[in-house]
Design a protein around this ligand. Structure first.
Ligand code: HEC
Ligand code: HEC
Length: 365
């Protein structure tokens, strides 16, 4: 409290405040310009997206005719075309679905809008569940029922959510997946990530000639209810045996996934990199979705080879493997799951290494 000149001191404070505000403003402008630069930049497609978008004939122009629809129906349906800016948004959206965390990108953070800030683990990519880059088809181009199609889901934009009963637009449904399926955090509804994926979903719907407001069988999951099984309940032990037989060679004996050279070959279905307890994919939260996913989509190339009962048993087993708690389950559940995720895998490995010498060649069913 110096008695010295209150005037200059006040002025200095004011100058400091104005300085800070100007710096913040400059930062905001710089960030804004950086985003615009990324939007204007040519997009390097992942191999999967290069294939898919070429097959659907995505180029800028006044009109758009889908080669896919033309080949299948013999009819050239002329739609409004895409600007260069639209094309880049669709391309970035496809890249995000195929490779959310930028493992195939030269500059992961910039090319994927810093998507890793919305995901806790290192495995998640949307394509793991929304297979075929959100557009799974047979070799001769037939969309697959229950394959979580992002195109069929776009034409149902603004759909009542069957669990919450709330009217959820496409953007909010994407956000749910960041929180639970990716075990992460929710992007802003107008985030570039969300906008680009929406542009991609919309383009797919046009390329496949899906009609707005219609329900298609490739939308969502073809759920496996308990009543569609042998009605003998869900069997953990049988599920475990089936998992070791049909799934473990890719997803690992404890479901922790397979990573080679920093790239996720087979995603984790349990442990810290997997979807969390609150994901719709998790059996104990909604018991019909994970078995539906497994029956329709797994093992890749052998889809449909498991019975409904098999899928329920496997889903029940998988969901009992330790995984992160969801955001609404509180700190105790979170702590418990963390403990289980750290203790169980090494414990099981140790016990199994004791058992192995006693049963020569005794794996399998
Ligand atoms: C672990 C699996 C999984 C991952 C990873 C995942 N999703 Fe999903 N997604 C689901 C399930 C399950 C549903 C709900 C399906 C239902 O309710 O029938 C869903 C629903 C959606 C829907 C609404 C679809 C509809 O038809 O209702 C959108 C959009 C979506 N996800 C986008 C994304 C995006 C974008 C990503 C990547 C950031 C992503 N998802 C990652 C499993 C996943
Ligand atoms: C040949 C290897 C292979 C086998 C066998 C296999 N999967 Fe997968 N699984 C994958 C791949 C690859 C993905 C990622 C999807 C994609 O990229 O198409 C995946 C994705 C998944 C997912 C969703 C991804 C996520 O983040 O959770 C689940 C759940 C899953 N598999 C369960 C199973 C179950 C259960 C079995 C056994 C019936 C099984 N898988 C067998 C390769 C395999």
């Amino acid at each position: 409290m110096k008695p010295l000149a209150p005037g200059p001191k006040k002025a200095a404070r004011l100058a400091l405040l104005i300085g800070v505000l100007l710096a913040l403003y400059a930062l905001a402008v710089a960030k804004h310009e950086e985003r615009q630069r990324i939007r204007d930049q040519a997009v390097t497609l992942t191999p999967g997206c290069a294939d898919k978008l070429a097959r659907y004939g995505l180029v800028a122009g006044a009109t758009y005719v889908s080669p896919y629809t033309l080949a299948r129906s013999g009819q050239a349906i002329v739609r409004q075309g895409y600007s260069d800016e639209d094309v880049r948004a669709i391309q970035r959206g496809c890249n995000i679905i195929d490779d959310l965390q930028g493992q195939l990108a030269a500059d992961p953070a910039r090319e994927r809008w810093n998507a890793t800030r919305f995901v806790r683990g290192t495995h998640t990519s949307c394509d793991h569940c929304h297979q075929g880059i959100g557009d799974k088809q047979t070799a001769d181009g037939v969309p697959q029922p229950g394959s979580l199609s992002l195109a069929a889901s776009w034409v149902m934009a603004d759909m009542y959510d069957q669990f919450t009963g709330i009217l959820l637009p496409y953007e909010l449904r994407q956000m749910q997946c960041y929180i639970n399926s990716s075990n992460g955090f929710k992007p802003n509804i107008a985030d570039d990530l969300i906008r680009d994926v929406t542009a991609y979903g919309r383009f797919l719907a046009a390329a496949l000639d899906l009609r707005f407001g219609n329900r298609y069988q490739e939308q969502g999951i073809d759920e496996v209810t308990a009543s569609s099984t042998l009605k003998r309940g869900d069997d953990y032990v049988r599920g475990g045996a089936l998992f070791r037989d049909r799934c473990a060679r890719c997803h690992g004996p404890q479901g922790l996934g397979t990573v080679v050279d920093g790239k996720v070959l087979f995603p984790a279905v349990a442990g810290p990199n997997a979807f969390n307890l609150q994901s719709r994919n998790n059996f104990s939260f909604v018991s019909t979705i994970l078995p539906g996913f497994i029956c329709r989509n797994m093992p890749p190339g052998e889809e449909g080879s498991l019975s409904n009962q098999d899928c329920r048993d496997i889903a029940f087993y998988v969901s009992n493997l330790p995984r992160p708690a969801g955001d609404k389950q509180g700190p105790l559940a979170a702590l418990w799951q963390q403990l289980m995720m750290r203790v169980m895998p090494p414990l099981i490995r140790t016990v199994e290494s004791w058992q192995r010498p006693a049963e020569p060649g005794g794996s399998g069913t």
